[in-house]
Design a protein around this ligand. Sequence first.
Ligand code: ADP
Length: 454
Amino acid sequence: HAEKKTIADLLRKYESLLTLTPQRMRMIVHAIEETLDKGLQKDGQIVPMIPTFVFGWPTGEEVGEYLALDLGGTNLRVCLVDLQGHGKFEVTQTKYRLTEEQKQEDGQKLLDFCAECLDNFITNTLGRTENDPMLPLGFTFSYPCSQLRIDHGELIRWTKGFGAPNIEGHDVAAMFASSLKRLNVNAELTALINDTTGTLIASNYVDPNTKIAVIFGTGCNAAYMETAGNIPKMSSVGLEADQGMAINCEWGAFDSFDHQHLPRTKYDIIIDESSNKPGEQSFEKMIAGLYLGEVFRLILCELIDSGDLFLGQNTYKLEKAYAFDTAFLSLMESDPTDELLTIIGVFSHFFGIETTLEERQFFRQLAVLIGTRAARLSACGIAAIVSKKGYLEKGCAVGADGSLYNKYPNFANRVHAALVDIFGEKGKRIVTHHAEDGSGVGSAIIAAMTKARK
Ligand code: ADP
């Protein structure tokens, strides 16, 4: 066993692969900033910087009752949002389950189902009848759509496991409006929005110091407020130069295809090449909840193959792609016991594997490295927007949402530490906080802002 690597050797190896120095982060910030600028200049760029037709910040005085429908992943959520002004609101909501089949069946049928759930909510939960006035509706549809107006959005491509045919390339808003009409639903589609934009507006409604929103869930994306004069690709639309326009960055696509800027490891490359969209979403694949557990699993598989881990044990359960959920990394990092009993449980219960204390300590450290890298990379994205918009001097708040942000221990602290590494002490002026409900409240505020403009 003389040549067998010690756990300390292994840890050093992964530390050097997964650690981002402040200098490296500053280079990445610079590259992201350039990429964001490119996306504003021309259509069809890798990071598309989508203008959302949300014109400027809410006043905080938006009031009234609005419906919000959220189609974003596992559930379909319908809300009635009562905006009360002064940044206050009340929400009544119901969730409807979406089956795997529904995600793959005909696009119009999927939207018809959404309309049926909405109708059920209006009639049964709210007890409204067709004689009641029609409520305006904000539809949160969190897949990349190119927009020409707030109530228009052509689905560029499905993401996050959806595959319903006959909807990519079509105007989702028009299709949904036709479902509402055909099923005689007492609601009027006012705005089609993305969850990042909703999060930006909802967080700013409550705290006007919030200038950026980031989602850390299954995927990773951000939105911020630009001025029309800084969006050359929109110059033909004829907006005033100082007109605000929320931008859905779709920054998950940063460094896709040419892979020049991000320090991808061989594990990131395996994840990419075995994904259904190789080459795409490079930044997201190093950060988002869907992938972090897989980075950990691939490292363990490498150590199983080299004979450094679990010799003589049956490891087939761990060898299945995506078997190790990112939630396990959270659990391992938050294990409060000296013996690391939670980690014993994760490995024995889910994978039928016995572990030594030394191995468990190593696993926890590995989780720290992977989680920290994700937090530091996303800090680079935030820093790019901060630096582009000159928010460092006065400081600003960043509304953040998604399971990775909300549940991964220390994620926020690590983002904050990285911002200080990038900007020095001034980095402390940029503070993330748990965002307001973007797809419910945000969508209602946007619907209210849209009505006010009409
Ligand atoms: P979505 O982005 O689909 O709207 P979420 O924000 O809940 O939903 O994100 C889901 C992702 O978060 C999944 O990839 C999952 O692996 C990850 N996740 C779920 N629970 C946790 C947790 N406790 N810690 C870290 N990641 C988690």
